[in-house]
Design a protein around this ligand. Structure first.
Ligand code: ADP
Ligand code: MG
Length: 261
């Protein structure tokens, strides 16, 4: 199966989920693919990364999930060609409670995405670092998962958590959900531990790990203030180049799968 909906997930915060979601989406859109990015973190970092505001609660992933607005009405243009966004809002926290009594509550997003799927080549879902009804909906709506992992000691702990969650979902709800790849982020070549983790991950998880890893790059921190994704800035930094290579690697895997069909 070709992945169309891809969750960017890890139950740990600050590992590069949002940075990866924003740059992979923007990079693919710049290559001509039609991309929708869905921000499902109530902190709305994706939304902010594009300099957009989630001021309209009725035009957000919250509104779509609780049925306040049709999902088509929640899509906003980012201003970049081929790239749309469904923003998040702090109200998304409330959805956790509001959705409790919905029937088939794990499948709400899956159903909502059905009519808009044909409009896009890829749909990326930026997940929060928690596990609740909304994140479970995101995983259930996805074909595959990209797991960003910080090249730090505590990174491995986060990996065990998310892999455990995915195993439960695969066993009980969605056997076909698969790991697209583990993406090592914030690698620091001058740091021994960072290099050890890179080696350890490749040894243990083999081709589940993307060959490309993302180096630590100050440009990502600056981009938050500039509100332009690093991958789209005119002067390419090492981090932007790494995401570019990662996208090529992702597309290569994608095309291999396509040709096998
Ligand atoms: P998450 O979504 O997993 O919480 P973020 O993508 O928001 O993580 O990243 C956390 C912080 O680290 C942000 O301030 C971001 O700008 C910064 N960051 C992300 N990737 C890198 C990187 N490769 N190098 C340096 N800083 C990074
Ligand atoms: Mg985030």
């Amino acid at each position: 199966m070709l992945p169309k909906v891809i969750a960017i997930s890890n139950q740990k915060g600050g590992v590069g989920k949002t940075t990866s979601a924003v740059n992979i989406s923007a990079g693919l859109a710049a290559r001509g693919y039609k991309v929708l990015l869905i921000d499902t973190d109530h902190q709305a970092s994706c939304t902010v990364a594009f300099g957009l505001k989630s001021e309209y609660d009725n035009k957000s992933i919250y509104a779509a999930l609780v049925g306040l607005s049709p999902i088509q009405d929640c899509i906003i243009r980012t201003g970049y060609p081929n790239l749309d966004l469904i923003p998040s809002t702090p109200h998304l926290v409330g959805a956790e409670i509001e959705l409790v009594n919905f029937t088939e509550r794990e499948y709400i997003l899956t159903e909502k995405l059905e009519p808009i799927k044909p409009l896009y080549d890829f749909i990326f879902i930026d997940c929060p670092p928690s596990l609740g009804i909304v994140p479970i909906n995101s995983l259930m709506a996805s074909d595959s998962v990209i797991i960003p992992l910080q090249c730090e000691y505590f990174g491995i702990e986060g990996l065990e958590l998310i892999l455990g969650t995915l195993k439960i979902i695969q066993k009980r709800l969605k056997p076909e959900l698969y790991v697209e790849g583990i993406l090592l982020t914030m690698h620091d070549e001058d740091n021994d531990l960072s290099n050890q983790i890179l080696g350890l991950m490749r040894e243990n998880f083999k081709d589940q790990v993307f060959d490309t890893y993302i180096p630590r790059d100050m440009a990502f921190i600056d981009s938050t203030a500039k509100q332009v994704p690093v991958i789209l800035s005119k002067k390419k930094s090492i981090g932007a180049n790494a995401y570019d290579r990662m996208i090529l690697e992702f597309l290569e895997k994608y095309n291999l799968r396509k040709n096998k069909r």
